[in-house]
Ligand binder design. Structure first.
Ligand SMILES: Nc1nc2c(ncn2[C@@H]2O[C@H](COP(=O)(O)OP(=O)(O)OP(=O)(O)O)[C@@H](O)[C@H]2O)c(=O)[nH]1
Ligand SMILES: [Mg+2]
Length: 336
């Protein structure tokens, strides 16, 4: 078989089937071909027909990347810390992927440009891949494609994947469900944000980062966090989230942060918590896909409108809704 020309791809015709093309794209992405990688991420993001065969091919290659989530209020410095971590991991010779979720949030409308500027020193480095994921309308929510994009980067051989998302409401819980380690960022003088986020961040933070340590009020913020941490119910062998202060703009405190990340990674491995978190992540992924598929099949049953017909009988009092639901589900089973 002929070797594919660089950049050739989706439109290519020939004797090699889609399977070969997929394997080919994955192989090139693993070899550091940024365009092949970008194409794979786009493919999972758009959820086109190749999504399933691609995910199938990727599955045996996944499970190696360490996943670090960064969340916190708008403007606390998530992107700046992310950039500093990218630099630190690159210095160790590791390949780093970045998924910045929720650039469409009204808070960060302008930040995306800023992110590009801050991260542009990594732009020509094939050991770094940065991608902004649209949030598809869920304010602060992770896009449905993020777990799949994470799989692509993992399979492509990235050692570390950093996921940045704005911490509004559910987002920090969602990022934590994807990550092995979750960083919750706060900044001094943003006491309100600690207050507001309290309920959510207490459970999800593995490491607290007080960024903008060059600003006044750092000690007060650290003290507030300490009080919160002390109040949390925790077993003797549980991880106690440390507090790291950083000035991401200058890189101060970033060494300490990477040490804490290493320590948390070691803890995850020592007690089986990494596996537990990953199983939990897989559960949520499977359930979400299954529910979406179920919904799709409910709306696309072959033949006539089964749901409409059942609805008519329920509305007319001829059938109870539970029996109707059973019939509907039975119909899906026999149709699939
Ligand atoms: N003084 C100071 N400013 C910082 C520091 N880190 C980041 N900043 C500034 O804070 C602003 C916001 O930083 P970002 O990294 O974009 O914050 P973010 O949390 O990613 O923001 P969103 O994505 O919009 O939520 C920028 O102007 C940064 O230059 C720091 O350590 N000290
Ligand atoms: Mg940002």
């Amino acid at each position: 078989m002929e070797a594919p020309a660089p950049g050739a791809g989706d439109g290519r015709s020939g004797s090699d089937g889609p399977g070969t093309r997929i394997e080919d794209g994955i192989e090139r992405a693993r070899g550091g071909d940024a365009r092949a990688l970008a194409r794979l991420v786009s493919l999972v993001e758009n959820g086109n027909a190749q999504l399933r065969p691609v995910m199938k091919a990727l599955a045996p290659l996944t499970g190696r990347a360490r996943v670090v989530g960064l969340t916190g209020a708008p403007g606390v410095g998530k992107s700046t810390v992310t950039g500093a971590l990218v630099r630190a991991y690159r210095d160790r010779g590791l390949r780093v992927g970045v998924l910045a979720v929720d650039p469409t949030s009204p808070f960060s409308g302008g930040a995306l440009l800023g992110d590009r500027v801050r991260m542009q020193d990594h732009a020509t480095d094939t050991g770094v891949f940065i991608r902004s994921m649209a949030s598809r309308g869920h304010l602060g929510g992770l896009s449905a494609a993020t777990p799949q994009a994470l799989r692509v980067l993992d399979a492509a051989g990235f050692d570390v994947v950093l996921i940045e998302t704005v911490g509004v409401g559910q987002a920090e819980v969602e990022v934590a469900s994807l990550a092995d380690t979750t960083l919750v960022l706060v900044a001094p003088g943003m006491g309100d944000s600690i207050q507001a986020a309290k309920a959510g961040i207490l459970e999800v933070a593995d490491i607290y980062v007080v960024n903008k340590a060059d600003r006044p009020g750092v000690q007060e913020t650290v003290r507030d966090l300490r009080t919160m941490i002390a109040m949390a119910q925790r077993g003797e062998n549980d991880w106690k989230p440390p507090i790291v202060t950083t000035t991401a703009m200058t890189g101060e405190g970033v060494d300490e942060l990477t040490r804490r990340l290493d320590a948390h990674g070691a803890w995850l491995d020592s007690c089986g918590e990494r596996d537990r978190r990953r199983r939990e992540r897989a559960r949520e992924e499977i359930a979400a896909i299954a529910l979406a598929e179920l919904r799709r099949r409910l709306g696309a049953l072959p033949g006539d409108d089964r749901l409409g017909e059942l609805a008519g009988r329920v509305a007319a009092g001829q059938l109870d809704p539970y029996t109707a639901a059973d019939e509907l589900i039975a119909g899906i089973r026999s149709a699939s």
